[in-house]
Design a protein around this ligand. Structure first.
Ligand code: HXC
Length: 518
């Protein structure tokens, strides 16, 4: 055979090998994947990367296990597809578990493939996005597959705060498969197909006797509204891809960069902001109306929209620059801070701080939520996280007190003493140790009970208390509030200040790491 023919054969052999490898677990398994309403791993990556183009890695990697029939179940690439390309025009690294290969179960080599692409993401300062569709640790491999998880978990941890990490749950994520996503910054789930649980319904039934479906146990509804494990839920994989790309547009490539600035249309004053706070201080309103009127183009990407709705967190832009927004929500539980709200906001604040995103806080909080359940579940421990997160954050921090700012919750929500850069208040702000009624009941109990007309005395004392404390001017006279502003000027004031604070430099004392109350 001539040298040329030899080369031709090699090329043909390569083409054949690649085309076989690209079929993953084979046609039948692909069909079964489709019947479950799921895309294949490679379809997912094609949909994710710009123009469907990405460079695949480790296409010929095979597991080396022999036990329990694995020697007869060897597939090129094993159970995960890894690669890199551009997303929104920027370098991005990704992996997609291939359920057609042994149920996407994680082998040692699959763990090593994911570790390799994560290392590349970190070295190149780019986000890593993982599509999860897996039955967990490959049972036949025993301890090897557990080591595979270890390779991934350690990188999730070391690269946390270095490059953004996003997990997408597009199939089962069972057993060990849940913990890599849980360490990452954001979890997306697709309705119906996405499931996450440590132990499936069978194990739950055998241990606790409870009968529950896969979806009810760990579907998108459970994790987006009850457990708070999932940050975003989408109806379809296609919509989910757009959601991921939208999130990526608000955040930088890594911890040394800033998010890309976008075009914006200027609107310096907005008089509608004057009419949002209701006449009665006990009446609810939707704080998202305030957020949307302050940010560019009402373009707010809410994070954790269905979980702990008494606090709203998410990304927006002001004059084109990304900001993280934290806002008490009077329309839910009167905006009280509870365990879940504290966890939700603390984690968001820390993400923003890690990735150089200024934090804007809108305050309307009557306090921490009272109750035996909250106390016994550890509201002290959880509320402390939010104080810690705000106090530790060194990015520009601005807050606007819209209405109530009572007691401990006033201090927690980015008060001056937690190193906030600018504290503004609307004229409707009420800054006090506690609400008027509660305060009068404590400090004037004797005077009320001994008076001829206790009800009238109490009302008079409440009015006196309100006159004294239920305004921003006492706090402003002591410098706790930097300015009391016309609500219409809110965007203008924040935008001007963010421009000035853009070079803010603040370092925390040197240490290995702090000890946030977990
Ligand atoms: C090996 C697995 C597997 C696994 C699924 N498969 N999970 N093989 N290890 N962990 C195989 C199945 O045997 C099957 O092969 C194929 O993948 C497709 O699975 P099906 O069950 O047919 O799919 P489906 O009906 O969609 O159900 C998916 C599923 C179910 C709900 C995920 O497979 C399941 O319950 N798997 C086990 C989940 C689990 O308990 N994982 C925990 C592992 S221990 P065939 O050839 O029959 O089609 C763990 C601990 C790690 O993860 C801790 C680290 C910290």
């Amino acid at each position: 055979m001539s040298e040329n023919n030899n080369k031709k054969d090699l090329l043909k052999d390569l083409i054949d090998k690649r085309s076989k490898a690209l079929k993953g677990g084979g046609e039948k398994r692909i069909e079964s994947q489709k019947n479950k309403g799921k895309l294949t791993a490679r379809e997912r990556l094609s949909l994710f990367f710009d123009n469907g183009k990405y460079e695949e890695l480790d296409i010929f990697v095979q597991h080396q296990s022999k036990d329990l029939g694995l020697d007869k179940n060897v597939y090129d690439g094993d159970s995960v597809v890894t690669g890199y390309g551009l997303v929104n025009g920027k370098p991005t690294f990704s992996y997609a578990q291939d359920f057609t290969v042994l149920g996407g179960s994680l082998s040692l080599v699959a763990g090593k493939k994911i570790a390799k692409v994560m290392d590349l993401a970190s070295k190149n300062g780019a986000p890593i996005v993982g599509f999860n569709d897996s039955g967990g640790a490959r049972i036949q491999e025993g301890v090897d597959s557990l080591a595979g998880y270890g390779e991934v978990f350690v990188r999730n941890t070391l690269y946390s705060g270095v490059v953004p990490q996003i997990s997408v749950i597009v199939g089962p994520s069972a057993g060990g498969a849940v913990y890599s996503p849980a360490i990452t910054d954001f979890i997306f789930m697709v309705k119906d197909i996405g499931q996450m649980y440590i132990t499936g319904p069978d194990v739950v039934k055998s241990v606790t006797g409870e009968e529950i479906s896969h979806q009810d146990l760990g579907g998108s509804e459970a994790h987006s509204s009850k457990s708070g494990v999932a940050h975003f839920v989408y109806d379809s994989e296609e919509e989910c891809m757009n959601g991921i790309k939208r999130l990526l547009s608000f955040i930088p490539q890594n911890n040394l960069e800033n998010a890309e600035k976008k075009d914006f249309s200027e609107n310096t004053t907005n008089e509608e902001l004057r009419n949002i706070i209701p006449e009665k201080s006990t009446e609810a309103y939707d704080v998202k109306d305030v957020i949307n009127k302050v940010i560019d183009n009402e373009d707010f990407l809410e994070v954790h929209a269905n979980f702990a709705q008494n606090i709203v967190v998410g990304f927006g832009r002001i004059r084109g620059g990304s900001v993280g927004i934290v806002a008490n929500q009077p329309a839910s539980l009167a905006g009280m801070l509870d365990i879940n709200a504290s966890d939700k906001a603390a984690r968001f604040v820390r993400f923003c701080d890690a990735y150089n995103i200024p934090i804007i806080t809108f305050v309307d909080v009557p306090g921490f939520m009272p109750g035996v359940n909250q106390e016994h579940q550890g509201i002290i421990r959880h509320g402390a996280k939010l104080i810690y997160a705000y106090a530790e954050a060194t990015v520009p921090k601005i807050s606007v007190i819209l209405r109530k700012a009572y007691g401990g919750a006033y201090i927690v929500m980015n008060s001056k003493e937690l190193r906030s850069d600018l504290n503004l208040a609307w004229p409707t702000a009420e800054i006090a140790v506690m609400g008027p009624e509660g305060a009068v009941n404590v400090i004037s109990r004797k005077e009320i009970s001994e008076s001829k007309d206790p009800e009238a005395t109490k009302n008079k004392l409440i009015e006196e208390y309100k006159d004294k404390f239920s305004s921003p001017f006492l706090a402003a006279s002591r410098g706790y509030i930097d300015d009391v502003i016309d609500p219409a000027e809110t965007r203008n004031k924040i935008a001007n200040s963010l421009e000035i604070f853009s070079k803010k430099f603040l370092d925390n004392p040197p240490k290995k790491h702090g000890n946030i109350p977990l």
